[in-house]
Design a protein around this ligand. Structure first.
Ligand SMILES: NC(=O)C1=CN([C@@H]2O[C@H](COP(=O)(O)OP(=O)(O)OC[C@H]3O[C@@H](n4cnc5c(N)ncnc54)[C@H](O)[C@@H]3O)[C@@H](O)[C@H]2O)C=CC1
Length: 386
C-alpha cells in the first residue's frame, strides 16, 4: 500500500472498466459455481448489485496503489461488511469471493499475469474481503430483528401509515435515523425507511410510505402490506439530530416529514427544546395529512411553530376530503416548501434539518444557502437513499 506499488492495479482497473458488467457477471458466475446456495442471498435482478460491486472494486483498485485515502477506503469496506451481515454472508463466502476475483483478474490480465502481479492482486482482493469480514465479525448482536404489522391505513391513493410491534429486542436507534427494511412481499430487497415516531420501550414503530412511481417496494407497502406481516430490519443509519442550545428550522416535503416528526415527538418529551419552526410541504392541501397531529404537539409545546405549504390551493377530486388544513388554525403558505421557508425569515443562526424528495432537499439547501444559511448548519440524509 505505498506509492511504489506496481501499476498492475491501475491496469486491472482499466481492463475491468472496459466491460464492467461483463466482469461482474463472470465473478458472480464463479461465486455461484463454488456455492450455488449463495445465489439465494441475492435479489432476482442483479444489475444493481453488479453495478455497486464494480464501483467498490474500482475504488479499491484506484486508491490502494496510491498514498492517500486508505483510511476512508478501510472505513467504506468495513461499512460494507457490516451491511452484508443482513444477507447471511459467512466467512467462507468471503474466501470464495476473493478466489473468484483473483481468478477472473488472472484471465483479464492474460500475459501480464505473473508471480508479481498475482501477488499484488491477491493481496488487494484478500485485503478487501478481509476488512469486510473483520468488520462484520466485530459487530455484536444479531444482524437482523423483526417486527409485526399491527395496523395499516392508507392516507390517500399513494400513501400509507404502517404501525408495527417489535418481536425481537430493538437495537439502539435514535429518533430521526432510518432503518434497512425488508418486507415479505420482496424477500431479497432491502430499502431504507425512516420511522415517524421515536424509539420507545414498547418496541412500537410507525412508518409513512409513499408509493414512488416505479418503486416496487413502496408500492407493495401501500397496496399489499397487511396486519400480521412480519418485517425484518437490519442496521440503523443517519445522523439527523438537534442540539439543544441553538434554534431550529425544519423543512419537510411530504412523507419526508417522518424523521423530523420522530425528532419533534422526542423533543416534546424534553424540557429544554430550542425554538423550532417546521415548514411542512405538500402539493395539495389535502396531502398535509399530519397537520392535525402536529398542531396538537404545537399547542402543548410553545417552542414549536408550524407553517403548512402547498403548491395548489384546491384539492383534485382524488385527494379531497382527506384533510382541511383551514380547520386546524395552522397558517398555510403557497409555493414550494423550500422557497417559502427560505423567504420567510433570516435563518442564519439556525440549525437546519431537511427531509423529503431528493430534488426538494437539493433545492431547499440551495435556497437557504443563498439566503445566508451556512452549509455546515444544514443536515439531511443522503439524497439518493430512498
Ligand atoms: N429522511 C428523508 O429524507 C426521507 C425522505 N423521504 C422521501 O420523501 C419523498 C416524499 O414523497 P411525497 O410525500 O410524495 O412528497 P411530494 O413529492 O408530494 O413533495 C412534497 C413537497 O416537496 C416539494 N417538492 C417536490 N418536488 C420538488 C422539487 N423538485 N423541487 C422543490 N420542491 C419539491 C413539494 O413542493 C412539496 O412541498 C419520497 O421521495 C421519499 O422517498 C421519505 C421519508 C424520509
Amino acid at each position: 500500500m505505498s506509492g511504489a506499488t506496481p501499476p498492475v492495479m491501475h491496469r486491472l482497473r482499466d481492463l475491468i472498466d472496459a466491460d464492467r458488467d461483463g466482469f461482474a457477471h463472470r465473478v458472480f458466475a464463479r461465486l455461484f459455481g463454488y456455492s450455488p446456495q449463495v445465489r439465494d442471498l441475492f435479489p432476482v435482478h442483479m444489475s444493481h448489485v453488479r453495478e455497486a460491486f464494480v464501483d467498490v472494486l474500482d475504488h479499491v483498485l484506484d486508491v490502494l496503489p496510491g498514498d492517500a485515502g486508505h483510511e476512508e477506503l478501510i472505513e467504506l469496506l468495513a461499512q460494507l461488511g457490516r451491511d452484508h451481515r443482513k444477507y447471511g454472508v459467512t466467512d467462507s463466502h468471503y474466501d470464495q469471493m476473493a478466489q473468484a476475483l483473483v481468478s477472473e483478474s488472472a484471465l483479464l490480465l492474460g500475459t501480464e499475469w505473473n508471480a508479481e502481479s498475482a501477488e499484488t492482486v491477491a493481496q488487494a482482493m484478500l485485503m478487501t474481503t478481509g476488512v469486510m469480514r473483520g468488520a462484520a465479525q466485530s459487530v455484536e448482536g444479531p444482524a437482523t430483528w423483526r417486527a409485526r404489522v399491527v395496523q395499516k391505513f392508507t392516507i390517500n391513493r399513494e400513501r400509507a401509515v404502517v404501525r408495527l410491534a417489535a418481536i425481537d429486542p430493538v437495537p439502539t436507534l435514535n429518533a430521526g435515523q432510518y432503518l434497512e427494511t425488508r418486507i415479505p412481499q420482496w424477500p431479497h430487497l432491502w430499502r431504507n425507511l425512516s420511522p415517524a415516531i421515536p424509539p420507545n420501550p414498547a418496541g412500537e414503530l410507525e412508518f409513512h410510505v409513499r408509493a414512488v412511481p416505479g418503486g416496487t417496494f413502496s408500492a407493495a407497502v401501500v397496496s399489499e402490506t397487511a396486519p400480521g406481516d412480519v418485517w425484518t430490519f437490519a442496521q440503523a443509519h443517519g445522523r439527523l439530530r438537534v442540539e439543544p442550545d441553538q434554534p431550529v428550522l425544519m423543512v419537510a416535503g411530504g412523507t419526508g416529514l417522518a424523521p423530523l416528526r420522530a425528532i419533534l415527538l422526542e423533543m416534546a418529551r424534553r424540557a429544554d427544546s430550542p425554538p423550532t419552526h417546521l415548514f411542512y410541504g405538500a402539493r395539495f392541501p389535502g396531502e398535509l395529512y399530519d397537520l392535525a397531529m402536529l398542531r396538537e404537539v404545537a399547542t402543548t409545546n410553545p417552542w414549536l411553530t408550524i407553517t403548512g405549504v402547498v403548491e395548489e390551493t384546491t384539492d383534485p377530486w382524488w385527494v379531497s376530503g382527506a384533510v382541511d388544513p383551514g380547520q386546524w388554525g395552522v397558517s398555510i403558505a403557497r409555493g414550494k416548501v423550500g422557497d417559502i421557508a427560505a423567504r420567510y425569515a433570516d435563518w442564519s443562526d439556525r440549525q437546519v434539518l431537511i427531509a423529503g424528495p431528493p430534488d426538494m432537499v437539493t433545492s431547499t439547501k440551495l435556497r437557504l444557502r443563498l439566503a445566508g444559511v451556512p452549509s455546515e448548519q444544514m443536515q439531511h440524509d443522503p439524497v439518493a437513499r430512498h
